[in-house]
Design a protein around this ligand. Structure first.
Ligand code: 5GP
Ligand code: MN
Length: 341
């Protein structure tokens, strides 16, 4: 599945008007792209009188709490009835930065499955499902924020991009491209970024807010993850893990483990890196997978860990305990020996 710009996305503009009520949803455990794209689109549409409400399945990490408009976000896990009211009262439900209703948690997912509204999908993940009437989907694009930029600048070229909208979109492009270094980064990405800076995105401040805001405890948690690192040279693979106890003893907060898997991937000669993070409350091991080059972690995550994502960055989960999950992972690598060497 490459890209799909259903003609209908341009029809959407003629159906959206100042009486429209729009709910905009991002995926569970929202990252910079999920929050940046939903808030950017929301602030943009609000400018000319379209009523919007951003809904997230659950809360967000501290390093994203400065985003413009963040205080207006409703979380389904703490504000279920208000979220459902907004959804029932809406005309359009935009779903951004995910493409399956199982990415937003079972409660909200089931509610949306039964909800009879016009759905819009703007997304860049592999293998979209078909719940949306309007789709702007391109799996070659690095971030959903770039697709939101494309949508608003082509459909609403008469509207100005405000500094707040620009900062939101800048954030998602920056985080999903690994600060403009992943292969998905193109000259077009940089042209969009240039335009966003011209529109007032505070680029240097955004880097600081997101990457230079560490609590001391987070660096110690990183230290623990680095201690747990295991390198499997024969498979060009490195993985690490954090147990619930590791998280507890280092005052874990949402978002603290973001980017840890990249340290494993930064090892010379490593093509495949994974972090396993125990979550006792949800009784799962949350897994982040990354690769360099041809090894397809989207397929790997789909086949073994009930997950998905992109070729070089994917996620999933395991219902086994941590020790068994790690053992099983090492075991399954044997069938990939050829692909990894
Ligand atoms: P991360 O490892 O940073 O959580 O996620 C990497 C990529 O995989 C992101 O694009 C994210 O949306 C996707 N992803 C993460 N977890 C899951 C999952 O459980 N299922 C699916 N389908 N995608 C996931
Ligand atoms: Mn994304």
């Amino acid at each position: 599945m490459g890209h799909m710009r259903k003609n209908t996305i341009s029809r959407l503009k003629s159906e959206l008007n100042t009486n429209s009520k729009v709910v905009i949803i991002g995926h569970k455990n929202p990252d910079g792209d999920a929050l940046g794209s939903t808030l950017g689109l929301s602030l943009f549409l609000e400018q000319f009188g379209i009523a919007t409400q951003v809904v997230m399945p659950n809360g967000f990490p501290d390093f994203l709490k400065w985003l413009p408009g963040i205080n207006t976000v409703l979380c389904y896990d703490t504000d279920k009835s208000e979220c459902e009211k907004k959804l029932l009262d809406s005309d359009f439900v935009f779903t951004l930065d995910f493409n399956h209703l199982d990415r937003i948690g079972s409660g909200l997912g089931e509610f949306l499955t039964k909800l009879d509204k016009s759905f819009v999908m703007i997304d860049h993940h592999q293998e979209p499902s078909d719940y949306a009437e309007f789709m702007l989907v391109d799996t070659h694009i690095a971030s959903t924020c770039e697709l939101v930029y494309e949508f608003i600048t082509t459909e609403y070229s008469e509207q100005k991009l405000t500094a707040e909208v620009a900062s939101c979109l800048y954030t998602g492009i920056m985080t999903d491209t690994g600060s403009f270094r992943f292969p998905s980064t193109t000259s077009k990405t940089h042209r969009i970024i240039a335009d966003l800076i011209d529109a007032g995105a505070k680029n240097s401040q955004i880097h600081q807010d997101i990457y230079d805001n560490n609590a001391e405890s987070r660096l110690h948690l990183l230290g623990k993850a680095l201690q747990n690192l295991k390198v499997l040279k024969g498979f060009s693979t490195a993985y690490t893990y954090l147990s619930q106890e590791d998280l507890n003893t280092h005052g874990f907060k949402k978002g603290d483990t973001e980017g840890f898997v990249n340290y494993a991937l930064s090892l010379k000669g490593i093509k495949f890196a994974v972090i396993f993070i125990e979550n006792k409350a949800e009784e799962i091991i949350k897994i982040s997978l990354r690769s360099i080059g041809d090894f397809d972690v989207n397929t790997f995550a789909r086949s073994h860990f009930n997950g998905g994502g992109h070729k070089n960055a994917a996620g999933g989960k395991s219902d086994l305990d941590l020790k068994s999950t790690l053992a099983e992972f090492e075991n399954m690598l044997t069938t990939y020996k050829e692909k990894l060497s």
